[in-house]
Design a protein around this ligand. Structure first.
Ligand SMILES: Nc1nc2c(ncn2[C@@H]2O[C@H](COP(=O)(O)OP(=O)(O)O)[C@@H](O)[C@H]2O)c(=O)[nH]1
Ligand SMILES: [Mg+2]
Length: 389
């Protein structure tokens, strides 16, 4: 892997956000210059051996999950957290078959669990992390909830790094690139509190029988614009540094992941950035080690285009509404920016009045969860956990 090094970064207290870096070559020898960084196979393998890739999934096409799993590079561990349908049409059972076959043929270590496993409900309750549970004692629906389950399993597996890849990806080999880019970013970082977020240049569409490479994401463009405005409210300087507000594909050091808070609903990814700014910029946090070491955010543009399942207009509208809502409710925001957000949401037909902007619940960091204790309850009560390898 050969990538550009960031020529420009912006600093907000102890947080450093690097400008978007491009991939120059998918494979490389070790190269270190002022402008470039190439990673040898051995360097990549070293990071991979300490990494778990978490795949959240809910009722996706089996072909897509199968392709994603087969494309994840060798050396890392995989955790699949499913919230798919069970019962008469048992989607989870099909996923279990795919995972078992995958392990039988490849021997790639892989763990699978269902989000509604009663063992998870009991384990979270016993360790005192009730905010993830619904009123019946099961883990709530939601991607963020699935991500937290994945994180705890990665911690149980002893990983130092975690990366997330969605299961609804139509180009299996792009997943291979994503994971290698996570390794690259984590490897160049100077601190153990690092996040790598991926940026896509194109979102291809079929238009009149031709594949047309449209620029990536209107929702992302709006989310990024307002995240950048939020920074400007505090600094007085306009900026364009944030390009990955809605980056679903991202990785973190475990040290950062366990002090990260997660927003429920569709705003997990932009909230991660807001949380970093709210918590670490002015240094008021209880996690002083992170302030001392510094927090770095890398943004890397992939070579592969991103083609995922089209989830429809309503999904996109919710994503934009909830992304801007997290900025609206941020304590770093001000009246002027809130007014602009209200106007933007009205212009896009998402709200009629500002009281319709709802605040998402936030799930606090998982660091204080005793994972040994968690595992004990999971082993005793789980009905769906499979750990291969
Ligand atoms: N475990 C779990 N995964 C989910 C849930 N909801 C969505 N996902 C998965 O999360 C990934 C991203 O979701 P998607 O709906 O594609 O959203 P987007 O790509 O961010 O617009 C996909 O792999 C989904 O199958 C959930 O409630 N639990
Ligand atoms: Mg998707």
């Amino acid at each position: 892997m050969l990538i550009e090094l960031p020529k420009h970064s912006e600093i907000f207290g102890c947080i450093k956000i690097h400008e978007v870096q491009k991939v120059l070559k998918l494979e490389s020898d070790e190269v270190q210059t002022e402008l470039l960084r190439g990673f040898s196979k051995e360097e990549m393998e070293e990071i991979l051996s300490r990494m778990t890739i978490i795949v959240p999934i809910k009722d996706e096409k089996m072909h897509l999950l199968d392709g994603v799993l087969r494309s994840i590079p060798l050396g890392c561990k995989i955790v699949v957290v499913s919230n798919s349908q069970r019962g008469e049409k048992d989607v989870f059972r099909m996923e279990r078959d795919i995972v078992s076959d995958f392990y039988r043929v490849t021997k790639h270590p892989i763990t699978l669990i269902h989000q509604k496993d009663p063992g998870l409900g009991i384990a979270f309750k016993e360790v005192g992390y009730n905010c993830i549970l619904d009123e019946t004692g099961f883990v709530r629906n939601g991607k963020a909830e699935g991500m937290i389950v994945g994180l705890i399993l990665a911690k149980i597996l002893g990983s130092d790094y975690v990366g997330f890849v969605d299961a609804d990806n139509y180009i299996p080999c792009s997943v291979n690139e994503y994971v290698r880019l996570y390794c690259a970013g984590l490897s160049i970082s100077k601190t153990s509190y690092t996040m790598v977020r991926l940026h896509w240049r194109y979102k291809p569409k079929v238009i009149e029988d031709r594949l047309y490479f449209r620029k990536w994401g209107r929702v992302s463009e709006i989310t990024n614009r307002y995240l950048n405005k939020l920074l400007a409210v505090q600094t007085g300087f306009e900026t364009n540094i944030i390009k990955t507000g809605n980056a679903g594909e991202h990785a973190m050091t475990m040290k950062l992941a366990e002090i990260m808070a997660f927003s429920t609903g569709y705003s997990v990814e932009p909230y991660q950035l807001i949380y970093l700014f709210e918590e670490f910029w002015k240094g008021e946090t209880e996690f002083k080690e992170a302030v001392k070491s510094g927090v770095e955010v890398y943004q890397i543009e992939t070579l592969n285009p991103h083609i995922h399942e089209e989830k429809g207009d309503e999904h996109i509208r919710e994503m934009l509404l909830q992304s801007l809502a997290t900025i609206y409710y941020s304590k770093l925001s001000n009246d002027k920016l809130r007014e602009e957000i209200v106007e933007e949401l009205k212009k896009n037909g998402l709200i009629k009045r500002r009281t319709e902007i709802k605040k998402n619940d936030i799930m606090p960091p998982i660091r204080s969860i005793d994972v040994k204790e968690f595992r004990r309850f999971l082993d005793e009560y789980s009905e769906t956990l499979i750990m291969y390898g």
